[in-house]
Write a protein that binds this ligand. Structure first.
Ligand code: C2O
Length: 553
């Protein structure tokens, strides 16, 4: 591989959407941010210089960071933030991955505006395991607030309630024609009849899983989270925050004389998001074959078709869609799923409550409670010093403890009537495992405060999704149904609403690895934890030493 150098300057920029302007944090003044391109095997060196009045750190979501946890990016987990006027060089090699990933800010809610695509091409001369597309296009979903997102989250934390819902969803930063004052900010994908396009879909939204569909066209899924899958064709797909999906879109063979909406709308069992004027839409436009230059005006009078999206709470659709995802599992792209397990873990993930602090009125589920979210009843508190450095230097006392519970302390009926014990405890606890452990982790959604799907993201690893189901996980009968042949391999998985998911991974990457719900509001409430994978005994099984410019807290 070669080395690719990037300069990322974190700067403020004025951006206007929905007829109002605000100053946002950006990389190089761009929104969405610049595309990072590499080939499998390349080294990537990104110099990040912070010119903004916000502390920042950047995360390369889904990049394995083998032995280079220092470059992973989550603030206070693997590094202290890059302060105003400082810079930090992220230096990592792309090993054994090809496809679409993305990068984003990993501190507070700055990822609302600080994100961009990562395109990993296969090694030179290695083709895709599907016909080569005519063109490849990144399509990033996001959310837009007219208020400053830092203010939105601060307000929510102070009141102990939920944050304001975003004012728009976006495609490549653009809300589209169904929002007020937004027609000129519409993403347009121009296609030629008969050609096949690969859309690199990325869900960078803060708080919404999204359905996506293009009217009168089908989409063939070929890759998720930078791992090839057995291709399958759908009209609509689901993509959770953090996830990426490559789809092939074949344009109609002849000029159709019509335009088509490409739309995304939320999947949420707790609040509506039906297809209406709050839905982001881009437009698929056909280039008129004989007169390409006159096409824009010609197209104006054309009929415009809208797709039909599932209902906002269509959990059956979600279950059917996710069941279709299978690893390619060929000789060239094997599914290296651990066949045996060294350690089994059972984590409950879900929302709960804290009592409201004295002399405060909270806007949680009741006015005497505030929202909290937890894993095994631990609501993870961010430390004030970075965990990875504390571990590396042996100075962990007062920063974290190593007693993360392997299972909930008091089991209950997770998907039945909510138990009385809805209090959770704050803590900065790590789950420590030896190098080379084959891990099985069952994540059980709880219905303590309503049934929701949680997209759980694990840093530093891909994992195999060996099983999932609704209701309570049954440790006696469910494992017999696990798929150990071709389970999908990914870095972010939805714990089904009112159900569970089982994953397996080999802990072959020493370091401290964050795991959290990629719904930003749930992360903020504490639905997060961290694994500490110890060094192995051989030299290539050890965490590399920190770079000299690692930011200090
Ligand atoms: Cu994309 Cu820790 O996140």
């Amino acid at each position: 591989g070669i080395t690719r150098y990037y300069d990322f300057n974190v700067t403020m920029a004025n951006v206007t959407r929905l007829c109002s302007s605000k100053s946002i944090v950006t990389v190089n003044g761009q929104f969405p941010g610049p595309e990072l391109v590499a080939r499998e095997g390349d080294r990537v060196v990104v110099r990040v210089t912070n010119h903004a009045q916000h502390n920042i750190s950047l995360h390369w979501h889904g990049i394995r960071q083998l032995r280079t946890g220092w470059a992973d990016g989550p603030a206070y987990i693997t590094q202290c933030p890059i302060q105003t006027g400082q810079s930090y060089v992220y230096n990592f090699t792309v090993v054994g991955q090809r496809g679409t990933l993305w990068w984003h800010a990993h501190i507070s809610w700055l990822r609302a505006t600080v994100y961009g695509p990562i395109v990993i091409l296969p090694k030179l001369g290695v083709p895709y395991p599907f016909p080569a597309p005519y063109k490849e296009v990144p399509v990033i979903f996001g959310e837009w607030w007219q208020a400053d997102t830092e203010v939105v989250i601060k307000q929510a934390l102070q009141t102990g309630g939920g944050p304001n819902v975003s004012d728009a969803h976006t495609i490549n930063g653009l809300p589209g024609p169904l929002y007020n004052c937004s027609a000129k900010d519409t993403y347009k994908l121009k296609v030629k009849p008969g050609k096949t396009y690969m859309l690199r879909l990325i869900n960078a939204a803060l708080n919404d899983e999204l359905f996506f569909s293009i009217a009168n066209h089908s989409l063939t899924v070929v890759e998720v989270d930078a791992v090839y899958v057995k291709p399958f064709t759908v009209d609509t797909l689901l993509i959770a925050p953090g996830q990426t999906t490559n789809v092939l879109l074949t344009a109609k063979p002849f000029y159709p004389g019509a335009n088509y909406y490409m739309s995304a709308a939320p999947y949420s069992t707790t609040r509506p998001g039906t297809f209406d004027n709050t839905t982001v839409a881009g437009i698929l436009e056909y280039e008129y074959p004989d007169a390409p230059s006159s096409a824009p005006s010609f197209n104006k009078a054309l009929p415009l078709y809208k797709p039909t999206l599932p209902g906002f709470n269509d959990t059956d659709f979600v279950g059917n869609f996710t069941a279709k995802l299978r690893s390619l599992a060929t000789a060239q792209y094997p599914a290296a799923v651990p066949k045996t397990v060294d350690k089994k873990f059972f984590f409950t993930v879900g929302l709960g409550t804290h009592p409201c602090p004295a002399n405060t009125t909270c806007q949680g589920p009741t006015n005497t409670t505030q929202f909290a979210a937890s894993v095994n009843n631990v609501s993870f508190a961010l430390p004030t010093r970075a965990l990875l450095h504390s571990h590396f230097t042996g100075l962990s006392s007062g920063v974290y403890s190593s007693d993360f519970p392997v299972a909930p302390l008091t089991p209950f009926n997770y998907t039945g009537t909510p138990p009385n014990n809805t209090n959770v405890a704050n803590g900065t606890k790590l789950m420590v495992i030896p190098y080379g452990t084959n891990v099985e982790l069952v994540m059980q959604g709880t219905s303590i405060l309503g049934i929701e799907s949680h997209p759980l993201h694990l840093h530093g690893f891909n994992f195999f999704v060996v099983g999932q189901g609704y209701g309570n996980y049954d440790p006696v009968n469910d494992p017999a149904k696990f798929n150990l042949v071709d389970p999908v391999e990914r870095n972010t998985v939805g714990v089904p609403a009112g159900g569970w998911v089982a994953i397996r991974f080999l802990a072959d990457n020493p370091g401290v690895w964050f795991m959290h719900c990629h719904l930003e509001v749930h992360t903020t409430w504490g639905l997060r934890m961290a694994w500490l994978v110890l060094d192995g005994s051989l030299p290539h099984q050890k965490l590399l030493p920190p770079p000299s410019d690692l930011p200090k807290c």
